[in-house]
Design a protein around this ligand. Structure first.
Ligand code: SF4
Length: 111
């Protein structure tokens, strides 16, 4: 079964990420809005989403188990905490991911 082009299993994975993030109501709301906008607005062309996702899986911030943008480095949480299969499809072209928005000259991540 698919919902707006997404396999139902993706919804279950997204809910796992929301539970894992435990960032309080505002953080959960932010992550939920990202996920819901992906579901409601549909997907970007798959070639854009796939190119972004390929960058994510090579990124040290990527958590492959939950497919989220989150990792711990030097005891500090890095990443936006978003479920990437939704975010790579929902972010409009030109929007920057967590790593790319880290600084004016940042070339990491995608946009
Ligand atoms: S920082 Fe950017 S490239 Fe890295 S996992 Fe997060 S969204 Fe993907």
């Amino acid at each position: 079964m698919k919902i707006r082009g997404y396999r139902a299993g993706r919804i279950i994975e997204w809910i796992r990420v929301l539970r894992a993030e435990r960032v309080g109501p505002i953080g959960i709301a932010r992550l939920a809005i990202t996920g819901l906008s992906a579901i409601i607005n549909g997907r970007l062309p798959p070639e854009i989403a796939k190119a972004r996702y390929r960058i994510c899986v090579r990124c040290p911030v990527f958590d492959p188990k939950l497919r989220r943008c989150r990792n711990i480095y030097d005891g500090e949480y890095l990443g936006c905490g978003c479920y990437m299969p939704f975010k790579v499809s929902a972010s409009k072209p030109g929007e920057k991911c967590w790593a790319r928005s880290g600084g004016e000259n940042s070339k990491e991540g995608w946009e």
